[in-house]
Design a protein around this ligand. Structure first.
Ligand code: SAM
Ligand code: SF4
Length: 325
């Protein structure tokens, strides 16, 4: 079994696969006008199976399905069952806006989904509507509760930290995890091609959360080598945890363990990189597997040591819905 390594000896055991670019929300920082691109031509079920098989044979152990909004795919449960059946995939997760999770959670669990990340930027209906352009706050909250009831290994909530919108009221998020075994992870707003003005207005560093946590007696948890970029905090009186994902902090890329494939089959080496290696021509037939694996391994040599966000270079991602954030 090969293992995917880059020139900096980082190993890539985690793949994030976007299954659609389409989304039904209009998050202010992502798709403020809603999704306006092509709604067809995303990887088909057999292509997804071949792709995941190749990555699994190269050492991928964890797979996350994302988008756009992955649950908008009519064949999403088929996708889940298919990738779950690929040998060596040990953990299957998804990231969702949860608009239909209350309805789907049981079926997702039965199909083999292990873990769910839910995006939730506000804990109050009006704030939620303001940020996402969507009125289904109650449905999203019901989706979170259902995910807990169904017993996913881990339920995480992603909250993009937004100056003047949700950075002044961190306490309700802490309260949210007092009884619930959920990790709420605050993510620093990232600069993309489409969000310059918004970024300048709303970006706020994760240190704000860290200071609030330390003041309230939360403690940073030791991190395993395989952990992702979140620094997590725990507190004896709370069932859940609070995490911080700060891509603008030094050393963020040192532990990078992930690769991305876009919904049209582009291998994306860095969220903030430029261009991608088109894997699609090698996804047409089962007998292309070895060629596909060789192409993936070769492409990895182009991965740089770190992003260049500090120099104002955020790559060519227009918004994270296009790359599977
Ligand atoms: N639609 C799904 C969702 O929202 O969970 C999956 C795709 S979405 C692009 C994945 C994650 O990226 C979400 O948690 C979202 O909040 C986050 N995201 C999108 N744009 C971002 C940005 N500019 N900076 C930081 N996080 C962003
Ligand atoms: Fe859609 Fe997710 Fe982007 Fe919000 S963050 S617009 S839910 S893709």
């Amino acid at each position: 079994m090969h293992s995917l390594r880059d020139r900096f000896n980082r190993r890539f055991s985690y793949l994030r696969l976007s299954v659609t670019e389409v989304c039904n929300f209009r998050c202010e920082y992502c798709l403020p006008q809603g999704y306006r691109g092509r709604t067809r031509g995303f990887l088909e079920l057999d292509e997804i199976r071949r792709l995941v098989t190749a990555f699994a044979q190269l050492g991928t152990r964890k797979l996350r399905l994302t988008g756009g909004e992955p649950s908008l795919r009519r064949d999403f449960l088929d996708i889940v069952r298919t990738v779950r059946g690929v040998p060596s995939i040990e953990r299957l997760a998804m990231t969702t806006n949860a608009y239909r999770l209350a309805r789907d959670a049981d079926a997702l669990k039965a199909a083999g989904m292990d873990a769910i990340n839910i995006s939730l930027d506000g804990l109050e209906a009006e704030q939620f509507r303001r940020i996402t352009g969507d009125r289904r706050f109650d449905k999203v909250m019901a989706g979170i509760e259902r995910a807990l009831e169904v017993g996913f290994d881990r339920v995480k909530v992603n909250t993009v930290l937004l100056r003047g919108l949700n950075d002044g009221a961190l306490e309700p998020f802490f309260e949210f995890v007092r009884e619930r075994p959920i990790s709420v992870r605050f993510i620093e707003l990232m600069r993309t091609g489409d969000n310059q003005a918004y970024f300048e207005q709303r970006h706020v560093g994760g240190s704000l959360v860290r200071e609030a946590l330390l003041q309230a007696g939360w403690q940073a948890q030791a991190r395993a080598a395989t952990d992702g970029p979140a620094v997590e905090y725990a507190h004896p009186e709370y069932a859940g945890r609070i995490g911080i994902i700060a891509p603008y902090s030094p050393g963020f890329c040192d532990s990078c363990n992930r690769l991305r494939v876009t919904a049209r089959g582009g291998l994306r080496l860095c969220l903030f990189g430029t261009g991608n290696a088109n894997l699609r021509p090698l996804l047409a037939r089962d007998d292309q597997l070895e060629e596909l694996k060789a192409h993936i391994m070769l492409s990895l040599f182009d991965k740089g040591s770190a992003h260049r966000l500090h120099r104002g270079d955020f790559g060519d991602t227009p918004h994270l819905a296009s790359t599977g954030g």
